[in-house]
Design a protein around this ligand. Structure first.
Ligand SMILES: *Cc1c(COP(=O)(O)O)cnc(C)c1O
Length: 427
């Protein structure tokens, strides 16, 4: 067979690892060309929420594709985009109240671009009101995407070493690990009172995803939001991973009672079916761009901004959230995952169990190499694949983030496999 010309993301082709050919998906399952069936325990990289090929989302996509496939969004609009924007504002009004609520929705195509848009909105805000603020404050271990701006505000490491010369400088506050929270607040306070004030703080609320599923307290997020508000520093919440119920609430910020100035959503916005992202902004951010001066408009677009088919999928997702008790489903799934995680905590090769909503993670001892480059990662990946499970540990950290339709039996299969993997590889 001739080798495939496809170049895969985050894949070292030189290792010759098997690349399954997936032909069909349904609920929590992936079906492969070789007859294998896999439990999709990471929601196909954190995107699938209700389940694969949800019939309501599929039929919305089918109907829209046959009606209006694509139209320029600069100066034109369409009903699916209007519907999604209204739905997002309804949902955030109900869960993230504020005297100056999130009231404006800017569409893009991925989490990374939603973050780029948020950064450009923040700088555009200060520029247009005539203040010279451009520094961005970030949290240690954060991940915000793989484009140049998103990498700049994310943790530096092996993933972006080659591109470091292109990345802009940021200010970093330490991760607020339990017991060390005050250091984070002090650092933020110091940066916000420096002579050169920051433009914005960008955070992943409550849990840092790609940084290793690191959980911090909701009180901390609230305190950080208060410090930002006190010093008039914009707060950007990157809810790309945490949104759409992953942490138990629709958005994670809700648990902190903290409404950001700018909020990024992508991954689960369409139930994970098709790419779409949105950056929501408060009135003040929008108003700073609204003027009769064309030089102050928001200079950002991509070819497929607010693609109608993607918007129809998002509208169907919003209808599911408004019509069903999705939170209840997540609570039941999360409770079972937490119970199974507690059962793993006593294993001598496992440590630091942590859970939030429908996310559970634990660290495995042993292996060679630090952090993401731990050699446990590829070995565990192969072990789980062999067992009919799609799990992709972050270094030595296996984590489970399943679609909300995943059954108790499927969850049990996944946690049993993690325990067996700890027996085999942990040390
Ligand atoms: C996945 C992720 C992104 C990037 O989203 P893409 O759609 O992959 O570009 C940004 N921020 C967070 C917190 C993420 O988890």
């Amino acid at each position: 067979m001739t080798p495939s010309p496809v170049w895969h993301p985050f894949t070292q082709h030189g290792l010759g690892e098997p690349i399954p050919l997936v032909t069909r998906a349904e609920g929590a399952l992936l079906h492969c060309a070789d007859g294998a069936t896999l439990i999709d325990a990471i929601s196909s990289w954190w995107v699938i929420t209700h389940g694969h090929c949800d019939p309501r989302i599929v039929s919305a996509i089918q109907a829209q594709a046959a009606t209006l496939d694509q139209v320029i969004f600069a100066g034109y609009t369409h009903e699916p985009a209007e519907q999604v924007a209204r739905g997002l504002i309804r949902l955030t009004d109900a869960t993230l109240p504020s005297p100056d609520p999130l009231a404006h929705v800017f569409f893009s195509d991925s989490g990374s671009t939603a973050v780029e848009v948020a950064l450009k909105m923040a700088l555009g805000y200060w520029h247009n009101i005539g203040a010279a603020r451009h520094r961005i404050v970030v949290m240690e271990h954060s991940y915000h995407g793989d484009t140049i701006g998103a990498m700049s505000v994310g943790a530096r490491g092996v993933f972006n070493r080659a591109y470091a010369p292109l990345l802009f400088d940021v200010e970093t506050v330490p991760f607020p690990a339990a017991g060390r929270e005050q250091a984070t607040l002090d650092a933020l306070e110091r940066l916000c009172t420096a002579p050169e004030k920051p433009a914005a703080l960008i955070v992943e609320p409550l849990i840092l995803g790609a940084g290793g599923m690191l959980v911090y307290a909701a009180d901390m997020l609230r305190s950080m939001a208060e410090i930002c508000a006190a010093h008039d520093v914009l707060l950007i919440a990157d809810e790309v991973m945490t949104g759409w119920g992953r942490t138990g609430t629709l958005f994670a910020c809700e648990q902190a009672g903290a409404t950001p100035d700018i909020l990024c959503t992508a991954k689960g916005l369409t139930g994970g079916s098709i790419p779409l992202a949105a950056t929501l902004a408060r009135g003040r951010v929008f108003e700073a761009h609204r003027s009769t001066d064309r030089a102050q408009m928001f200079f950002h677009s991509s070819s497929f901004t607010a693609n109608p088919i993607a918007c129809a999928a998002a509208a169907a997702n919003i209808a599911i959230w408004e019509g069903e008790d999705v939170r209840e489903r997540i609570a039941a799934l999360g409770a079972h995952m937490a119970a199974r995680l507690a059962g793993l905590a006593a294993h001598p090769a496992l440590e630091n169990p942590r859970a939030l909503g429908a996310i559970a993670a634990i660290d495995m001892k042993g292996g060679e190499g630090a952090g993401y480059m731990s050699d446990l990662a590829p070995r565990l990946r192969a072990f789980f694949l062999e067992r009919g499970i799609l799990l992709r540990p972050l270094g030595n950290t296996p984590y489970v983030m399943p679609p909300y339709c995943t059954s108790r039996d499927q969850i049990d299969t996944v946690f049993d496999a993690i325990a067996d993997a700890a027996d085999c590889f942990g040390g």
